[in-house]
Ligand binder design. Sequence first.
Ligand SMILES: C[S@@+](CC[C@H](N)C(=O)[O-])C[C@H]1O[C@@H](n2cnc3c(N)ncnc32)[C@H](O)[C@@H]1O
Length: 238
Amino acid sequence: MAEYRRRRPDSSTFVLDLLAEQLDALAPDGGRSHDVVDLGGGTGGSATALAGRGHRVTVVEPSPDALASLERRTAEAGLTGRITGRQGDAADLLDLLGPASADVVVCHRVLDVVDSAADALAAMAAVLRPGGLLSLLVAQRDAAVLAHALAGHLALARQTYADRSRFDHGSVVRLVEAAGFTVVASHGVGAIAALVAESVLDAQPGARADLAALESEVSQDPAFRALAPHLHVLARVD
Ligand SMILES: C[S@@+](CC[C@H](N)C(=O)[O-])C[C@H]1O[C@@H](n2cnc3c(N)ncnc32)[C@H](O)[C@@H]1O
């Protein structure tokens, strides 16, 4: 069961590959390098991947420890000058960066830790230039309910199901639209991968490639998307 609950490295690769494709296809003036803000970017997993593709990334992050790790990671990756760390949180975003200063805002696994998701999304909309894109990744309630139940934590599963402050596809879309965005695409992340044991992948040649292909194939199917541990939403500011 521990394997069921583990967050696979493939899920972050899936999201970053998806985002890179979406930026190539959809970002304003496609093809050029973009000004990206990574809100709550932590130690820079997304920032280094995006800067490595030529974008300029500003990480806005409240934790000084995470910012110190980001600085080391940036230097080790040879990306100094392409990634800037700024200490602050969602409530500081507009004051720190100013209005209409970014082409893309990345907010991955942060919306459920901010004081107000609605206020944070409004600040993200305000720092984007017209037509700018939001890349949002949130944990989904229903997958957490299943994970707790399958691990035998049934009281926690019930509590999680009853917690309406947790996100699902409908609530995220409503929040994003209320902040002035139009949803361009939404993908479930990890719907299948979270359920397949590592031993199966190790035992069968080609299994990892088949799993990655299957994940991609089911990611926009509403039935699978609803059960994915994470939801990725790409939205454009109106
Ligand atoms: C689960 S981590 C996600 C890190 C990174 N975005 C990722 O996907 O790997 C949550 C991050 O949000 C940051 N954070 C916590 N409260 C925040 C707030 N109010 N505004 C912005 N970031 C916040 C934390 O310091 C942490 O780096």
